[in-house]
Design a protein. Structure first.
Length: 183
């Protein structure tokens, strides 16, 4: 894979923080027992597309900015107060990025479903008409993740740390990265 320049959100997790997250604590111990020792870590980037979602909640017009992963749409939505701009983004040159593969129509449908779930958490009965308007906004940007590789020469498993939210991801993210690595 060739080296490319990407616009990515600034990470909140350094390499040392990631190393510590994958090595220390009860969860890390469980991974070590189940999958083997931590062999190495690497940074990887996932493309996201931004969408403005407008809806009427209890008679008041509301607007939220969500970002959906452009690979499969399976990762959790990101929500921002506004579209990330130059101050929140930085340029990176890397080979470790997942390619966009979700069509615009598929992405918009997935975003609509996920945004409705997020809005329903505010109160289903307050949503007027159940109608939301979704519009694509801004250029594609990337979100950084740290990958921790556990195992031995025979079997390697990947553990994923969201470098923006500072949290270990679950099975969906692990499967996404393991499929990308296996391709």
């Amino acid at each position: 894979m060739e080296t490319v320049s990407l616009h990515t959100l600034k990470p909140n997790v350094t390499r040392q923080d990631a190393q510590r997250a994958f090595s220390v604590g009860l969860s890390a111990r469980a991974w070590r027992v189940r999958s083997g020792p931590l062999q190495r870590i690497a940074e990887a980037y996932v493309p996201y597309r931004g969408y403005r979602v407008n809806y009427n909640m209890a008679g008041t017009e509301q607007s939220r900015f969500f970002a959906l992963d452009a690979v499969t749409g399976s990762l959790d939505l990101f929500e921002f107060p506004k579209e990330p701009n130059g101050e929140e983004l930085l340029g990176v040159r890397t080979r470790n990025y997942l390619p966009s593969s979700l069509s615009s129509a598929e992405a918009e449908n997935l975003l609509r479903e996920k945004a409705l779930r997020a809005i329903f958490l505010q109160g289903f009965f307050k949503l007027r008409g159940g109608k939301i308007n979704v519009s694509r906004e801004g250029p594609e940007f990337y979100i950084p993740y740290w990958l921790g590789f556990h195992g031995t020469a025979d079997m390697v498993r990947c553990r994923v740390l969201d470098a923006v939210r500072r949290r270990i991801e679950g099975a969906k993210a692990t499967a996404l990265f393991e499929q990308w690595l296996a391709a």
